[in-house]
Ligand binder design. Structure first.
Ligand code: ADP
Ligand code: XUL
Length: 564
């Protein structure tokens, strides 16, 4: 007998619903699943168009006076919840059938509750909207978000105080990053100490939204908590050293941590009375958007790798043996109590691909794809680095760099001298861009401890609709590539986590998420589709040589131009 829970412990009650939210940079979404894990409803509020009075662009304010400061109005997120629930109610969603709900929040963003706000939160009047009752609940009206890059000074201070960048990464899963919450909190403490002292609770976007729903301050979950540079990644507890390096009295303001699958509280009576939720509806801990996407893509086996080709590109996977380093991030796996998820984030994703397409491929994906097909794999040794935005991985400024490897035949490792060139012919430019982006992902994922080749790759995001790009992924990584065309994997992941949390709650302890999927996944739209079979293994080895060379050049560029 194995240790997995018996099948009947894995069943969800017939006729029940599971609700997942996604409070992201540009919108608030909801996805509703039935007990067979089919999607039965979804709704979205776009901040710019649905709440125009906040005057955001892409959901944010870009401060033109303070370099790198990017924030969002906290109350806009509150009002979006009012609106989204009204919209779902108008669509005749039966809130009474929702057995559990959970959510996803853009990672790293933070909310500052003014001293004494928990009393307001626990006594909301169901006759009024949330936004009309929480107007003075925040000590800071504009929440710093993940796009903010104004805290370089604080990053260096924190790294220094804990014994260096690598030490902070070993401790918390990441070196200090400007968008991470610890450096953001330190900046507030240093610049506006009175605001810091007037704050009795600091939430992440995820735990903030959960707080609204349970009518009390919700815990930060261990997975999203790892995006703060404050949590000891091995112990899954606040790190005293990191807390002290950030701001005094911080532990009290953060509250306790909880696993992502845990019960956060019953839904607040406000929602029971106003929207007719069942009073026994469970709120499961919210978590970050990337962890929720991992759940939404049903990644649950070590060696699975997901590549999300969206506005920015992210690569994430599951591993039991992460190697925190100076690049990338380690978070606890949101659907497991032991494993980890590792993640790489590239700022130059789809917008850079579009930019190069516009310059070299007549602004057309069709021409772009013809060029990719016309050019040989390995691009005759032509290799490029394309940064239209300041890149995070590697930390390099805006700029394009192109190289040709002399005598490159694809099998002469010792003879790979390169020289820099000004430009490539358009077809080579397109291949250099795609091979460059994918080789960087392969190199950094391997350096991070992800197995090579991965067991399989699941591609998602807008550019995963492109078969020529998928084919390059299969050739470069040497494994099968699956796709799942879901633009809302984060809210879907949150709905799946709601169902998973419900099962854990019913069992009185953690049950593996695979239990939820038994016999169900194949019948739903959540199933991944095989899109491209693994490439030729000889070619995969040749790409390994090119990758090694690329990393050498990348290191040199970082030494010469790098921002750190
Ligand atoms: P977000 O990160 O905002 O959710 P999406 O995952 O929706 O973004 O991806 C949007 C991007 O998808 C667009 O910016 C576009 O460049 C890209 N895209 C759409 N179709 C294609 C295609 N056929 N080939 C390559 N990229 C594409
Ligand atoms: C991850 C990151 C972004 C945000 C917003 O570290 O900064 O992906 O989660 O989506």
């Amino acid at each position: 007998m194995g240790t997995a829970a018996p099948m009947d412990d894995c069943s969800l009650p017939d006729d029940s619903l599971f609700l997942g939210f996604d409070s992201s940079t540009q919108s608030l979404k909801a996805t509703v699943l039935d007990s067979n894990l089919n999607i039965v409803a979804s709704e979205t509020i776009h901040f710019d168009s649905g709440l125009p009075h906040y005057k955001t662009k892409d959901g944010v304010y870009r401060d033109h006076l303070v370099n790198g400061r990017i924030v969002s109005p906290t109350l806009m997120w509150v009002e979006a919840l009012d609106l989204l629930l009204e919209k779902l109610s108008a669509s005749r969603l039966d809130f009474g059938k929702i057995a559990a709900l959970s959510g996803s929040g853009q990672q790293h963003g933070s909310v500052y509750w003014r001293n004494g706000s928990s009393a307001k939160l626990s006594s909301l009047d169901p006759k009024k909207r949330l936004v009309d009752q929480l107007g003075d609940a925040f000590s800071i009206g504009e929440s710093p978000i993940w796009m903010d890059s104004s805290t370089t000074e604080q990053c260096r201070e924190i790294e220094k105080a804990v014994g260096g960048a690598l030490e902070l990464s070993r401790l918390t899963g990441s070196r200090a990053y400007e968008r991470y919450t610890g450096p953001q909190i330190r900046k507030i403490f240093e610049r506006e100490p009175e605001i810091y002292h007037n704050t009795d609770r600091i939430s992440l976007v995820s735990s903030f939204m959960a707080s609204l729903l349970i009518g009390a301050y919700a815990s930060i979950d261990e997975t999203d908590g790892a995006g703060m540079n404050l949590m000891d990644i091995k112990r899954r507890a606040w790190s005293k050293i990191a807390l002290e390096a950030t701001a005094p009295g911080l532990e009290e303001k953060l509250g306790k941590l909880a696993p992502a699958h845990a019960f956060a509280g019953f839904i607040a009576s406000y929602f029971v009375e106003r929207f007719h939720f069942n009073k026994n509806c469970l709120v499961i801990q919210w978590s970050g958007d990337n962890p929720n996407s991992l759940a939404g893509l049903t990644l649950n086996t070590p060696g699975d790798l997901a590549i999300s080709l969206g506005t920015s590109d992210t690569v994430f996977g599951i591993t039991s043996d992460p190697k925190p380093s100076l690049e990338g991030h380690v978070f606890p796996n949101p659907v497991d109590t032991k494993g980890y998820m590792v993640m790489l984030v590239y700022k130059n994703g789809s917008l850079t691909r579009e930019d190069v397409r516009n310059r070299s491929a007549e602004k057309s994906w069709e021409v772009f794809n013809t060029f990719l097909q016309q050019t040989p794999p390995l691009n005759d040794g032509k290799m490029g680095f394309y940064y239209k935005e300041h890149e995070i991985l590697p930390p390099l400024p805006v700029g394009f760099h192109r190289y040709v490897l002399k005598n490159f035949m694809g099998d002469t490792p010792d003879d790979l001298d390169e020289h820099e060139v000004e430009e490539f012919d358009p077809p080579s430019e397109i291949r250099a861009l795609i091979e460059g982006q994918l080789l960087s992902m392969r190199a950094h994922a391997e350096r991070f401890g992800m197995p090579s080749p991965p067991k399989r790759i699941i591609a998602t995001g807008g550019a995963s609709a492109n078969q020529s790009i998928l084919s390059s992924i299969a050739s470069i990584f040497g494994c099968d590539v699956y796709t799942v065309q879901r633009p809302d994997s984060a809210s879907l992941g949150a709905a799946l986590r709601a169902a998973h949390g419900w099962l854990c709650n019913k069992n009185g302890s953690f049950v593996p998420i695979s239990c939820l999927y038994e016999n169900k996944l194949e019948k739903t739209s959540l199933r991944c589709k095989l899109s491209m079979a693994a490439g030729d293994q000889q070619l995969v080895s040749k790409y390994a040589l090119l990758m090694k060379k690329r990393m050498e050049i990348e290191n040199r560029l970082v030494q010469k131009l790098g921002r750190r």
